[in-house]
Write a new protein. Structure first.
Length: 134
């Protein structure tokens, strides 16, 4: 749903083993929109984006094959007002962080295997987890 609301240019997205998670649907859509836009703006029009579950099943990731994020910038990119472009507002990743925190999750920026950016959201409860608890 979030993919269809953004200007995708020539970007391609793939899914890698997603599970249903418990979350506020509207906020989750905004989270994905902001991360997709970020990948396209910084990774280029033909960037490849992958969405999947973390290996431990406790969260998910959004990764791209763009230029990545330098180690020394990975914490400050989530601050409101941080931008690398003249047209950016610096709010996209700050909004993502606030959505993550509102759900009680955590977010970290890392390097994708291809060298691009990878955003890992952890502490997520899947529907399977919820059913096991009952």
């Amino acid at each position: 749903l979030a993919w269809g609301t953004i200007d995708q240019k020539r970007a391609e997205m793939s899914y890698d083993g997603l599970s249903a998670i418990t979350a506020d649907g509207e906020r989750l859509r905004r989270l994905f929109e902001n991360l997709f836009r970020n990948a396209i703006e910084h990774g280029g029009e033909d960037v490849g984006i992958t969405v999947g579950m973390l290996e431990d099943g406790e969260g998910f990731y959004i990764a791209d094959d763009g230029p990545g994020i330098p180690d020394h910038k990975r914490d400050e990119i989530f601050e409101a007002g941080y931008t690398t472009g003249e047209e950016g507002t610096g709010l996209g990743l700050a909004i993502v962080r606030s959505i993550v925190e509102a759900h009680g999750w955590e977010i970290a920026a890392a390097e994708n295997a291809s060298g691009g950016a990878r955003f890992e959201i952890s502490g997520v409860q899947t529907l399977a987890d919820l059913q096991r608890e009952r």
